[in-house]
Design a protein around this ligand. Structure first.
Ligand code: NDP
Length: 333
């Protein structure tokens, strides 16, 4: 068995030398325990943002879909899949009863059979990012038919999902993403009304063109200057769901501040930050709603699949650089 241990705090973009790949000898299983083998491991932006809060060295955190390979728990038979916050490790021993109800980044659960869909979806639209989009939209943006929604980080795991929920809610949806190919995909495949490459367009001009009735909901995945531009372009009583600020995760110092308070006051905006585990008690509701949309053909997904446990760091950096459309995952087996 192997695991990644973070031994240095990230400075700028994560590097292979920030990690140590450690061999582990696994103990025998006790009654009630299972041994799982990682099938897919997730790479997510929060891994870049959160590690600063841990004392080093620390095992790398994150969600997994894993297969049960040895079991001393009759409710968890060999061959079934589970999801859990197991981190960047090939093998995990756990007692499922002790993990139930833990929030984490991928709440522990036995996966139902979702064939013909790949089990990796439990790390994407049928997992934490899917619930982030679902609850962020339903409980914070609260879109009404006819309104205009803007989403940044639009081509990623959360963003693609947010935009599609916006369309299902009868809204005009405008996305910002980092390449022309991503924008093409958002408009042609996912039905976004407009998508703009934030690296090449003038943001204010794009907003004027894409959102002629201005913006009622802003789902903010990136923070920074683009978010200031969007918030300044909102309608009265608009709602902002502050989901993340990936534009600053690799920065070592704070970016120059932009004053947003005048727009917030004058437009009487409701701006709310959230962490998806606020809805841990309603986790199944989100998964089931997303699954129903998927099965009904109303929700599409894309995955960027990297291969091999040795490529965890490359996959992580690739996702932060924007190589992914949809959810970035690493296939281990
Ligand atoms: P994504 O799949 O969106 O992957 C990250 C994407 O971020 C990249 O593909 C890249 O796309 C974009 N990006 C990278 N650097 C920048 C930059 N400087 N400016 C703008 N965009 C950039 O990740 P997720 O969907 O998993 O996460 C999206 C956001 O949601 C993150 O901020 C994350 O922290 C947050 N989040 C928050 C949760 C919560 O509970 N609050 C839960 C889950 C996620 P591009 O080519 O467009 O640049």
């Amino acid at each position: 068995a192997q695991k990644y241990v973070l031994t240095k705090y990230f400075q700028g973009e994560p590097k292979k030398t920030d990690f140590q790949l450690v061999e582990e000898v696994l103990p025998d299983l006790r009654d009630g325990e299972i041994l799982t083998e990682a099938e897919y491991i997730s790479v997510d932006p929060f891994m870049r943002a959160y590690m600063i809060g841990y004392k080093l060295p620390v095992d790398m955190i994150g969600g997994q879909v894993a297969k049960i390979v040895v079991s001393r728990n009759e409710h968890y038979p060999i061959g079934k899949y589970v999801t859990g916050s197991f981190g960047w490790r090939t093998h995990t021993i756990c007692n499922p009863e002790k993990l139930k109800g833990n929030a984490g980044f991928a709440p522990f659960s036995l996966l139902p059979d979702i064939s013909p869909y790949p089990v990796s979806l439990a790390l994407g639209i049928l997992g934490m990012p899917g619930n982030t989009a679902y609850f962020g939209m339903k409980e914070i943006c609260r879109p009404k038919s006819g309104e205009t929604i803007v989403v940044s980080g639009a081509a990623g795991a959360v963003g693609t999902h947010v935009g599609q929920i916006g369309k299902l809610s009868g809204c005009r949806v405008v996305g910002f993403a980092g390449t022309d190919e991503k924008c093409y995909y958002l408009e042609k495949e996912l039905g976004f009304d407009r998508a703009f490459n934030y690296k090449t367009v003038d943001i204010k001009a794009a907003l004027k063109e894409g959102a002629p009735r201005k913006v009622d909901c802003y789902f903010d995945n990136v923070g920074g200057q683009i978010s200031s531009n969007i918030i300044n372009y909102m309608n009265k009583y608009g709602r902002v769901a502050v989901c993340g600020s990936i534009s600053s995760y690799n920065e070592s110092c704070s970016p120059k501040a932009t004053i947003l308070q005048p727009a917030i006051v004058l437009k009487e905006l409701k701006i709310e930050g959230f962490l998806v585990d606020r809805w841990i008690d309603r986790w199944e509701e989100g998964i089931n709603a997303n699954l129903r949309w998927l099965v009904d053909g109303k929700l599409k997904y894309e995955e960027k699949v990297y291969h091999g446990f040795d490529n965890m760091v490359d996959a992580f950096v690739g996702m932060l650089r924007g190589e992914n459309t949809g959810k970035a995952v690493v296939k281990i087996k």
